[in-house]
Ligand binder design. Structure first.
Ligand code: ZN
Length: 294
C-alpha cells in the first residue's frame, strides 16, 4: 500500500509515494500547478464565481445550492454543471493543465449538488430533450463532462467523490460503473476532525473496494496534531493497510505537518509494538521506512 499526501502547499515530502496538490479550490482560488504531482481540480464548486455572478448557481425547489441555504445541506456552493460558459472555463483550465509537466489530474466536485438539483430552465430543457429519466440524464451529464475533461489531459486521471457508496448516482449523478471506465483510480475522501471513532472508515473502505472496478485510494484528515488524535489516525491507517487499497492519502497543511505524523509514528515505541503484536505487517513496513528518514 502506498502512502501519500494531499496538501495545500506544493512540496514533496520524503517517505510519501503520492503527492496530490489542491490547485483549484472550492472557494474559487486557483494556484500555479505543482510540477510532477497529481493536481486536484475543483470543478463546479466556486464560491467566488457565484458571488460575482449569482445567476450561475445550481437551483432546486428548495432554493439555491449555497451553504447559507438551510433548507438543504450542502458543504460548498455549487455552480449549475450545464452552464455553458462556466463549463467552458473549467475545461479550458483543465486543458491548460494538460500542457504542463504534471503527474496527472484528479477532479473533484464535478457532479450535481444533490438529487433535487439542478432545475434551472436550461437543465430541465436538456433533460426533456434527452428522453432519459432524471437519474440517467444527470448521470450521463456528469459522465460526459468527465470524458471531455479526460480527453484534454495526459498522465494519471482520477476522481474524488462524496463517500456515498449506495446513493451516489441518484444524489449526485455519479455512475461508478461508467466512471470506472475512465479513471486510473478512485480517490475516496473520508474526512474527519479525528479518528477516535473509526469503524465507519473501515466500513466505507470495504464498501468502495467491493463496488469500484478500479483501484481505490482513501484520504484521511491529518491536520490534527494532538498525540491522542495522531495515534488514532495512525491506528486507522493500520487497519486500512489490511485492505486491498492502492493507497492512503493524508490531508495535511504543509510538509512540516506531514513530517510530524511520521516522527510521531517512528518515536512511539508502544504504537510500533502494537503493530508487531497484532501483525500489521504492511503498516510495520511503512513505519520502518519512515524510521530511516525521521
Ligand atoms: Zn442547471
Amino acid at each position: 500500500m502506498k502512502v501519500g499526501l494531499v496538501t495545500y502547499t506544493p512540496e514533496e515530502v520524503e517517505g510519501f509515494d503520492l503527492h496530490v496538490y489542491y490547485v483549484k479550490r472550492a472557494d474559487g482560488s486557483v494556484f500555479s500547478v505543482a510540477r510532477d504531482m497529481q493536481n486536484d481540480v475543483t470543478c463546479f464548486c466556486d464560491a467566488k464565481a457565484i458571488r460575482e455572478n449569482p445567476s450561475i448557481v445550481a437551483v432546486s425547489k428548495n432554493g439555491p445550492a449555497l451553504r447559507k441555504n438551510r433548507k438543504i445541506n450542502v458543504p460548498f456552493d455549487f455552480v449549475c454543471p450545464t452552464n455553458p460558459e462556466y463549463k467552458a472555463e473549467v475545461l479550458d483550465y483543465i486543458e491548460g493543465l494538460g500542457r504542463e509537466r504534471i503527474q496527472g489530474v484528479t477532479l473533484n466536485l464535478y457532479h450535481f449538488a444533490e438529487e433535487e438539483f439542478c432545475v434551472c430552465s436550461r437543465c430541465v430543457e436538456l433533460w426533456r430533450q434527452s428522453g432519459l429519466n432524471w437519474t440517467e440524464w444527470r448521470a450521463q451529464t456528469v459522465t460526459n463532462f468527465l470524458k471531455e475533461a479526460k480527453s484534454l489531459v495526459k498522465g494519471t486521471f482520477a476522481v474524488e467523490m462524496f463517500p456515498d457508496p449506495v446513493l451516489a448516482k441518484e444524489r449526485f449523478g455519479i455512475n461508478f460503473k461508467r466512471i470506472a471506465e475512465l479513471v486510473d483510480y478512485f480517490h475516496v475522501p473520508l474526512s474527519s476532525r479525528d479518528y477516535l471513532t473509526n469503524y465507519w472508515v473501515d466500513l466505507l473502505a470495504r464498501d468502495f473496494i467491493k463496488i469500484l472496478k478500479k483501484p481505490v485510494v482513501v484520504e484521511l484528515s491529518a491536520e490534527m496534531l494532538t498525540d491522542e488524535k495522531t495515534e488514532a489516525l495512525l491506528k486507522t491507517v493500520a487497519y486500512l493497510s489490511r485492505h486491498n487499497l492502492r493507497g492512503v492519502l493524508l490531508l495535511v497543511h504543509n510538509s512540516e505537518n506531514a513530517r510530524q505524523v511520521c516522527s510521531f509514528a517512528v518515536n512511539n515505541s508502544e504504537f510500533r509494538k502494537w503493530l508487531k503484536k497484532y501483525e500489521f505487517t504492511e503498516m510495520t513496513r511503512i513505519v520502518d521506512d519512515w524510521a530511516k528518514l525521521y
